[in-house]
Design a protein around this ligand. Structure first.
Ligand SMILES: [Zn+2]
Ligand SMILES: [Zn+2]
Length: 318
């Protein structure tokens, strides 16, 4: 299971922390100024995902620099074109005479149209070193999950991220009549490697892997979307549907009330009913509207939530 935690109050900038079951690290999405994000959570973040660098999404990146330095680790920072220069600029605004080489390495991954430019930067000189680029949209991969991105239009490119846990193979040992043992792993490996004829040794007898496949079932991996600022227009909605359809949980920008549609259009933002509608059209099971204009009071935000849910339910039934 993927367990996201919203670290910002409705009146604060956006920040979401992603944790996974049986997984030691966590992952930080968006660096708005969020009061519930702790130093420990920042230190335990192995990668940071930034949708775009408007100040409300990037202002608290200083805290990542502040608390990750000295961890003697590599931390991956993903973001749009220009993120490498912007991270370097933030770092270079401070004095680092007491920080030695090896105290941190930031690996920066810039996504632009199926190409990921990769850089690294480390003390004491903090110069950007170019590493080989990657192709495709897989920005981050781990043994348990993968993160892909699609670019949305917010008058600037914004990365919308999809965390997808790998499917896992489960075995019903009880049904087999055998005791557990090495064969369980061998059978799973045979299945995963598509080797149906692999020999599987159980006690003193050898079986053919495919004859035991009836004991296996596939547990679908969980999925989480992080869709930040975007204009509520057809092109963006088409991309959202393409990338996020069937997703379990999605945090989606819902910046304005329906009544402020004009302002949303001017600022290339979404608004309550459009965010709710696109979540229904993408058949997202658990959509969570987030990131509201700071001009709104608590009751306005409650209205946004209500407008969002109404639109979601309306379009779900269609
Ligand atoms: Zn923005
Ligand atoms: Zn924003």
């Amino acid at each position: 299971m993927i367990r996201p935690e919203l670290k910002s109050k409705p009146s604060e900038d956006i920040s979401i922390l992603v944790k996974l079951d049986n997984h030691a690290w966590n992952y930080l999405c968006e660096c708005g100024d969020a009061s519930a994000l702790t130093v420990k959570e920042i230190q335990n973040s192995k990668a940071v995902f930034i949708s775009h660098t408007h100040i409300d999404h990037f202002v608290n990146f200083d805290a990542v620099i502040r608390h990750q330095i000295g961890m003697e680790r590599r931390v991956v920072i993903c973001g749009p074109k220009g993120i490498a220069d912007q991270v370097q600029s933030k770092i270079k605004s401070y004095t680092w005479n007491l920080i030695e080489k090896g105290s941190i390495i930031f690996e920066l991954r810039e996504y632009e149209h199926e190409e990921i430019k990769v850089y690294e930067i480390e003390p004491p000189n903090w110069e950007l070193k170019k590493l080989p680029s990657l192709t495709g949209n897989r920005l981050y991969e781990d043994k348990d999950f993968v993160v892909t991105a699609t670019l949305l239009d917010h008058k600037i490119p914004v990365l919308a991220y999809l965390f997808k846990e790998h499917d896992t193979v489960k075995i019903d040992i009880g049904k087999s009549g055998f005791q557990g043992g090495k064969w369980v792993k061998d059978l799973k490996v045979a299945f995963e490697n598509e080797s149906p004829d692999a020999p599987i040794q159980i006690q003193d007898k050898t079986y053919v892997a495919k004859d035991l496949y009836h004991l296996l079932s596939i547990k679908k991996g969980d999925s989480l979307g992080i869709i930040m600022d975007h204009a509520a227009h057809t092109e963006n909605h088409t991309k959202i549907k393409k990338h996020f359809t069937g997703c379990n949980t999605v945090f989606v920008e819902s910046f304005y009330l329906n009544e402020d549609r004009e302002q949303a259009e001017t600022n290339f933002h979404s608004y309550a009913k459009q965010s709710g509608k696109i979540m229904a059209e993408a058949k997202v099971k658990n959509p969570i509207p987030v990131h509201f204009s700071r001009k709104y009071k608590e009751e306005d935000i409650n209205t946004i939530l209500h407008q969002f849910t109404t639109a979601y339910n309306e379009h779900l039934e269609e």
